[in-house]
Design a protein around this ligand. Sequence first.
Ligand code: FAD
Ligand code: MG
Length: 297
Amino acid sequence: MNYDVIVVGGSYAGLSAALPLARARRRVLMIDAGVRRNRFAATSHGFLTQDGSDPAAVAAQGRAQLMEYPSVDWLSGVAEQARPAEGGFVVSVQGGGSHFGRQLILAGGVRDHLPDLPGLAERWGRHVFHCPYCHGYELNQAPLGVLATSEVSLHQALMLPDWGPTTFFLNDAFEPDAEQRASLHARGVTVEPGRVDSLEGAGGVEVVMQNGRRLALAGLFVAPRSSLSSPLASQLGCELEDGPLGSFIKTDAIKATTVAGVFACGDAARMAGSVSLAVGDGAIAGVAVHRALMGLA
Ligand code: FAD
Ligand code: MG
């Protein structure tokens, strides 16, 4: 089947991009592997009217409303290859055939690469977080920590006191200079030198230091590196941009990539994302793609 648009990624960004196209009665194929970045968290915060909602329920409602439009098809699976073809692109799906779309929207998000610390991965999204705006408030101003991964963690440590008394675990990953120490001191941050051995505890995080010290926290924040979930942008030759935490797809003000006919939105196409920003980016991309289909771009 030939589509006007193929959207790779059927979460917040992809769903939002598809909606204006569906409402313009365009033929849209959604391809989605169903692995959202926030699947580890039970609640999502900061998205208007859905503050505190289950992030899976928000995505499911978005999908159900989109699929009311008869010109939209949904394919569950992993898009493994995209290549240019006469008048558009062909996308191959693992075990799901090849599909033609005149325009392509990449909304596959990113993958987090968590620090390799015993006890961390199983607490990700529950007691270990990256974004204080998303999960800081619910920690109720109890003791918090930041685990250094690089210099980026300094900014996290300087922010966090607004959410609770903060300990900055250097873990041999970052060494603040005198000026940075003065900034940390001014914000009331306690600096904990030495290496962290592991995380333990239930209902919070107990940080176990290699020197045997143990510190009980309500939550620990880390800034993991991220990478694009899908290789499609690179296969197509879309230019990437390097951010402090990883690369993302370069886009312009209407979310067009550097390859004609390919748009990108959500976490895959910005430095630091959120549900609100993914939805906003998706809306921009969807309308821009519709304009391109009408030859108005
Ligand atoms: P995603 O939601 O990650 O979705 C990408 C989709 O594309 C997935 O379904 C994936 O399977 C699919 N996909 C990828 N590659 C392919 C492929 N090749 N073929 C087919 N499908 C593919 N943000 C907030 O605003 N509030 C919060 O409270 C919040 N909490 C968070 C908690 C945690 C633990 C984490 C890690 C993140 C949190 N975020 C939060 C950030 C939020 O998850 C992202 O900003 C948001 O999910 C980005 O939406 P997206 O649609 O760009 O990508
Ligand atoms: Mg349909």
